[in-house]
Structures are given as C-alpha cells and as structure tokens.
Design a protein around this ligand. Structure first.
Ligand code: FAD
Length: 288
C-alpha cells in the first residue's frame, strides 16, 4: 500500500521545527523513525499533508547523566538504548524492555521519543516511563514545559501534547543501585505487540520491600501505573498472600479490549501473570 501525497520538511533545529509546525498547522505531522506513523499512512489511517522530519536535529539524540537523572534525547533509537553503557549501569530495565520491542530492523530506526509520544497503548516504553517516574521535556510555540509520564496519556493516541509541540527529551530519576527490576511481556510471536506486559521496580531491605512501582502495558486505552497495587507490597516480604492481593488490585484497574490477542478476561489475567513474574525476577535481582 502507498501513502497519500505529502510535502517533506527536514529542519535543522528544534526552533525551526516548532516554527514549521505552527506555520503548517493541523495538517502537519512529526516524523521520527516512521515505524508507527508510516504504516498508518500506508493504510490511509493517517494522511498528513506535511511531514516534519526530526532526524536532521543533532541535539535530539543521545543519553547523558545530569545529577540524579538520566536524560534520553527523543531521537535516540531503540537500538542505541540497548547498547548504552550509561543505561546498563543505571537503568538496565530500559535495555531489557527495548529488546522485547519489535525486531532489530525496527529498533535501528524506531526512536525512544516516537515510542513514548505515539500514544498507542501497545507501545512498551510508556508504562515503563510511568513505573520509573519519568518526565517529558516538551517545546512548542509557547516555550518549554515538563510533563510527568504519569499525566501524559489521556486515551488511545491521545496525549497531553498540543499541536506544534515536540518531545525533545525524557528525564528519568536514577533508582537506588540496589534496586530490583524486570519487564515481562507476553506476545504471540517475536515482533508482536504485548497481549499484556508489566514493568516492576522494587527495593528490598532486610527481606522486606521498601519501595515498589508497577506499570502495565496494553491492558487499557492508556498505559497504567498500578500505584495502589505497588503500595500494598511495601512493608511485606513479598509473600504469596501479599503478592496475590497486589495482583488482584492491579488486575482490577485493567480494561483491555477483546481482540485478536484474546478476550478481555484473558488479557486481564495475563497482566496479573506478567506482574507476578516481573515481581519474582525483580526480587531475585534486588540487593538488600
Ligand atoms: P514515528 O512512527 O515516526 O512517530 C510515531 C508518532 O509519534 C507520530 O504521530 C509522530 O508524529 C509522533 N512523534 C514522534 N516523535 C515525536 C516527538 N519527538 N515529539 C512529538 N511527537 C513525536 N513498539 C513497541 O513499543 N512494542 C512493540 O512490540 C512494537 N512492535 C512493532 C512491530 C512492527 C512490525 C512495527 C512496524 C512497529 C512496532 N512497534 C512496536 C513500534 C515501534 O517501536 C515504533 O518505532 C515506535 O512506536 C514509534 O517510534 P518512531 O520513531 O518510529 O516514531
């Protein structure tokens, strides 16, 4: 299938990109790696008249550490996340999650920013960013602002981004070096979106859980932050009864669609199974 016609623009700076988006109006769309947008254009579910390609803006790429935060530029590819020494040291769950996205060809082009800005509930990074307490740096015609990942997702393909705003970077607080983590994803085959997936980050001390955060992928119109389930685990030894209760609380906030990945009831249960597995693996990795 072939997309409709469009004009292509390749600005060299964020300011130029913001100016172009303002001037071209609602018929202009941002192009990053193209691996979500181009398939939509090929099936004519999206028909932008203008594409504003961010790939010529050098300072949107890269991974750095600033104080207690890791900063990831929006145009950093999923492949680059997997190979980053900084992320391996501070946030290994990001590479673990990236490896479960699509296939190597898509990860070479697909960007971190595109994955979090897209608003598709099937994208894996958004629930992880909610779990990690990340915030998104956004620049638009009225200047720059920060949006918490936990406030960003409003509905399927509907986010807090205003037209003309560009996600420039994601800021992620570095968890304690002793933290345990895991991203567990159930998919029908390699390269598939999640039937259900769970991100877990915990800390333990003296056999007790001292902090917990849980994100869920593709079991609602938006990624979910299971805050109540996570707080039920704090102070426990992650014994079976406590985990059962937390899993039930997490399952209760899911509202998956019944689709080719299975009926809603099954996908809710799989969210619980993924959370349970992620908790077990996170506990085995936590020091303390
Ligand atoms: P694009 O496709 O270029 O853009 C996506 C959307 O985000 C567009 O609306 C665009 O305007 C907007 N956008 C992009 N960058 C910005 C920005 N900086 N600021 C504001 N808006 C922006 N993803 C998963 O998470 N898990 C999977 O399992 C998975 N499987 C896939 C399987 C296949 C076969 C394919 C083709 C894709 C799959 N993907 C999956 C999607 C892939 O990860 C995409 O690369 C990603 O969702 C979007 O990143 P992109 O850079 O390609 O963005």
């Amino acid at each position: 299938m072939i997309p409709g016609t469009f004009d292509y623009h390749r600005p060299a700076t964020v300011e130029d990109a913001v100016g172009l988006l303002s001037r071209l109006g609602e018929e202009a769309n941002i192009l990053a790696g193209g691996h979500s947008l181009i398939p939509l254009m090929k099936t004519r579910l999206a028909s932008p008249e203008h594409l504003v390609d961010l790939s010529g803006i050098g300072n949107l790429k890269g991974i750095s550490v600033e104080g207690g935060d890791v900063i990831i530029g929006a145009m950093t590819t999923q492949h680059e996340l997997i190979n980053s020494d900084e992320l391996a040291r501070h946030l290994p769950i990001i590479a673990e999650t990236s490896r479960l996205i699509a296939d190597p060809q898509i990860r070479y082009k697909g960007t971190f920013g595109g994955n979090v800005a897209n608003g598709d509930p099937g994208n894996d990074m958004p629930a992880l960013m909610m779990c990690l307490g990340a915030s998104y740096s956004v620049t638009g015609p009225d200047g720059s602002r920060e949006i918490a990942a936990r406030d960003f997702y409003q509905g399927a393909y509907f986010t807090s981004l205003e037209h003309g705003e560009i996600l420039t970077a994601v800021r992620i607080p570095i968890p304690s070096p002793d933290h345990g983590y895991a991203y567990e994803k159930l998919k029908r085959k390699v390269g598939d979106y999640a039937t259900a997936a769970a991100a877990v980050v915990i800390t333990m001390e003296g056999g007790k859980c001292t902090s917990a955060s849980i994100g869920l992928t593709n079991v609602s119109e938006t990624p979910l932050w299971a805050s109540e389930a996570a707080s039920m685990l704090v102070g426990t030894s992650l014994d079976k009864a406590s985990v059962d209760a937390a899993v039930a609380a997490a399952e209760a906030i899911t509202e998956p669609a019944s689709d080719m990945r299975g009926p809603a009831e099954y996908r809710t249960k799989m969210a619980g199974v993924m959370m349970r597995r992620a908790l077990e693996r996170a506990q085995s990795r936590a020091k303390g």
